[in-house]
Design a protein around this ligand. Structure first.
Ligand code: QV4
Ligand code: CA
Length: 512
């Protein structure tokens, strides 16, 4: 009997590793700070047609509204209640978006902030996105409702009440993360409120959750909350599908809390991935691309089945949360396209692509003074919608990395090669490498300061293929480079180190 329960529990939690992405799609895009109405339109006009599997949305829960600094992006990580009106829109707009995205096969994953409410210094009043009254000093959030009993103030043992030492796992879980009022998730009542919030979203049709700040919650508490989640809506998903769970735990080593404590509950964000690949593509600390032959578990990352991978996220692209200098964001666009291309070509993990907005960076002693700046906004602080230019790029400060041809085409590449093994590796013992995915795709990188000129075994059927980096296949012609694969699978590649994008990728569906 005990064994049966263990098997059942194990099966249940492994189920939460499955993103339930539809139609053989593979990739999630983080549409950071986008309005629900814009996401709905993007699903229909771009994400669905181009094979994107899902969207990670910004937190939909009611949040604090701050004037100083003016409407920072991070106000959305300070919940006031679980009402579904936020800077991205109303509950109706959220519901409409989830429906429209699901109808074109694009899943929605919700960023769930359940470790805390607003900061202790958040004040009293109705400065909240739905206008709910609250009093941070008194720990009073009547719209949930939560009161002082529902927080960890009594449990935390630091002088300030904040986390002071990441070397002490108790502080990290029971004290306040940068003064954010820490919820007592050991209480059945709190667990119930959190599960009720998440279940409302499940019933609306979301496919899962990016769970914020998991390092700051006990795995045992999370297990109970996840266990109370209902199965996904059968309107769009097979009966019995568990919500996909991916947990934000920043584990770069050297702390008592590790991602290992969470992998049985769902996937975990593998922060080493972007930090290391950034170091490799920047060629820092003697790193070379050829050393990535055993990329993935061979580099000490968590097991493939547990990992959610990304090159950058909304925090580390602006120096927050483990924002190491090696992280490659859209600000380094040439390197960014290569690193994202590498990630999407490589089989390890469930991949997430970042989609950002621009802000005026202002560095003082290496720190960006404007790391708080919110999304492109109107004078009243409301978020601007995302205009699409005639050339398909975005306007008004929205970067839309996911629309860049090179990235969009590599999302398609990942779908085409899905399930195929990493194969036909080649390197020049420096920063020129190539690898394939069975007989479905092949990619070649030149990150050296000299030209690449080599004939390689691609493992692909003979024929003429369009490179999907310098262009793509349109009708029966290539808009960029052509690659001729012989009957023996061999092809000649020439990539100048001065090319706009020094990499080439071909796949089964880019064949003429
Ligand atoms: C400040 C001081 C405190 C002080 C307090 C006094 O830092 O020491 O006690 O004022 O009132 C914002 C401010 C921060 C401020 C805090 C409370 O930046 O200076 O405290 O609000 O008012 C985002 C931002 C944070 C922001 C937070 C809440 O990154 O800067 O804090 O939202 O608005 C760790 C965690 C990891 C976390 C990462 C950033 O292990 O879980 O830090 N990442 C996630 C999200 C992230 C978010 C949170 C967690 C919190 O990805 O975006 O933080 O929900 O590594
Ligand atoms: Ca906590």
């Amino acid at each position: 009997m005990k064994l049966l329960i263990l098997v059942a529990l194990f099966g249940l939690s492994l189920a939460q590793h499955n993103p339930h992405i539809r139609y053989g799609r593979t990739t999630i895009v983080q549409l950071f700070e986008w309005r629900w109405a814009d996401i709905a339109a993007e699903c229909e006009r771009f994400l669905g047609p181009n094979g994107f599997g899902g969207v990670q949305i910004s937190p939909p829960s009611e949040h604090i509204v701050l004037n100083s600094p003016w409407r920072p992006w991070w106000q959305r990580y300070q919940p006031i209640s679980y009402n579904l009106c936020s800077r991205s829109g109303s509950e109706n707009e959220l519901r409409n978006m989830i429906t429209r995205c699901n109808n074109v096969g694009v899943n929605i994953y919700v960023d769930a902030v359940i470790n805390h409410m607003c900061g202790a210094g958040g004040g009293e009043g109705t400065h909240s996105s739905c206008g709910s009254w609250f009093n941070a000093g008194k720990r009073d959030f009547p719209s949930v409702p939560y009161s002082a009993w529902d927080f960890n103030d009594h449990k935390c043992r630091t002088g300030s009440g904040d986390i002071e030492n990441y070397g002490d796992a108790y502080q990290v879980r029971d004290c306040r993360l940068v003064s954010l009022l820490d919820l007592a998730l050991e209480k059945d009542y709190v667990r119930g409120k959190v599960a009720e919030y998440m279940n409302k979203l499940v019933d609306m049709g979301v496919a899962g959750f990016r769970v914020d700040a998991c390092k700051h919650m006990w795995p045992g508490d999370l297990a109970v909350v996840y266990g109370r989640l209902r199965n996904l809506s059968t309107k769009w998903f097979p009966a019995g599908s568990r919500p996909f769970i991916y947990q934000e735990v920043i584990d770069l080593g050297g702390e008592p809390i590790s991602s290992r404590e969470y992998v049985h509950l769902g996937r975990v964000t593998e922060f080493k991935y972007g930090a290391k690949l950034g170091t490799v593509f920047r060629r820092w600390h003697g790193e070379k691309l050829c050393y990535t032959r055993n990329w993935g578990e061979g580099w000490g990352f968590m097991a493939d089945r547990d990992a959610l991978v990304f090159i950058d996220n909304h925090d580390n692209q602006r120096g927050h949360g483990a924002g190491g200098a090696s992280i490659i964001s859209f600000w380094d666009s040439r390197l960014h396209k290569m690193a994202v291309g590498y990630m999407l070509a490589h089989p390890y993990g469930v991949a997430r692509v970042m989609s950002s907005y621009r802000w005026d960076r202002h560095f003082v002693n290496g720190k960006d003074q404007n790391d708080w700046v919110g999304p492109p906004s109107h004078a009243d602080g409301s978020t601007k919608s995302v205009p699409i230019n005639p050339d398909q790029t975005c306007g008004d400060g929205w970067v839309c990395e996911h629309r860049w041809r090179q990235i969009k085409n590599m999302v398609i590449f990942r779908n085409v090669v899905n399930g195929q093994p990493h194969s036909n590796w080649w390197d020049n013992q420096s920063n020129q490498v190539a690898f394939g995915r069975g007989n479905r795709g092949f990619i070649v990188f030149n990150n050296d300061d000299w030209d690449l000129d080599v004939t390689l075994n691609t493992g692909m059927p003979g024929g003429t293929y369009c490179d999907v980096i310098s262009g793509q296949k349109e009708g029966n012609r290539c808009t960029g480079k052509q690659i001729h694969v012989g009957g023996d699978g061999r092809a000649h590649f020439r990539i100048s180190n001065r090319d706009e994008d020094p990499f080439v990728a071909i796949h089964a569906e880019s064949k003429l």
